[in-house]
Ligand binder design. Structure first.
Ligand SMILES: [Mg+2]
Length: 213
């Protein structure tokens, strides 16, 4: 099985998370977010360098609001240029460093708790690649492990039919701008919310949070 990859770390390396803002205690809510067309401007030709990172309006504020409301933020992004040979994972790490930096500049609570990506090309049939749900599965288990101070050296992630006893996802959601995002959400069993790629998460965050700041 072709598994998800993680930003600047091996998949099951220990994950240290920042505390949630405003004294929020995590109660299991995760915001699973696609990247391009949700947080930053997407492109048919991919986002290929840190210089090409352009945040969508109010994306940082929206992520800050979600964390202030008690959500952990997990990015789940297909990044086939790696397997296609256009560039490598180090370049993607640089892109994600830039993304994190831009978000925090606009809203100091807009921290991405975990970034997962699928480096695989469509024809490889990876479980990690949306519309499959491998990144969401890994995201849930890594966030749960980090939240409970689990021993990551003995962590064994479970996927697909092998993962039988799954936690409740009814308070979580997935935002994406494409059909593959909604298919991954449905396959995983979490509410999928489709956004306009020209507007991104700021266009749907009110409906998620009920207009509350
Ligand atoms: Mg997208």
């Amino acid at each position: 099985m072709l598994l998800p990859h993680r930003d600047s770390a091996a998949l099951t390396d220990p994950l240290e998370m920042l505390e949630l803002p405003v004294g929020q205690q995590w109660d299991g809510k995760i915001a699973y977010l696609d990247r391009d067309g949700v947080i930053n401007v997407g492109s048919e030709n991919y986002v290929n360098s840190p210089a090409e990172v352009e945040l969508l309006p109010k994306a940082a504020e929206s992520i800050g609001r979600l964390r202030r409301a008690g959500y952990r933020i997990v990015i789940v992004t297909n990044q086939s240029p790696i397997s296609r040979g256009h560039w490598d994972a180090d370049n993607l790490d640089d892109i994600h460093s830039e993304l994190r930096s831009r978000l925090l500049t606009e809203d100091s609570d807009a921290h991405l708790d975990l970034i997962l990506f699928s480096p695989y090309a469509p024809w490889e049939g990876a479980w990690a690649r949306k519309p499959n749900s491998g990144m969401l599965e890994a995201g849930r288990q890594l966030i749960e492990a980090a939240s409970s101070n689990a021993d990551f050296s003995s962590l064994r992630l479970q996927f697909d039919a092998d993962w039988v006893e799954r936690p409740d996802e009814s308070t979580s959601f997935m935002v994406g701008d494409r059909g593959v995002d909604m298919a991954a959400a449905e396959s995983f069993g979490v509410r999928g919310i489709r956004c306009d790629p020209d507007i991104g998460i700021a266009g749907v965050v009110d409906s998620i949070l009920g207009g509350a700041a």
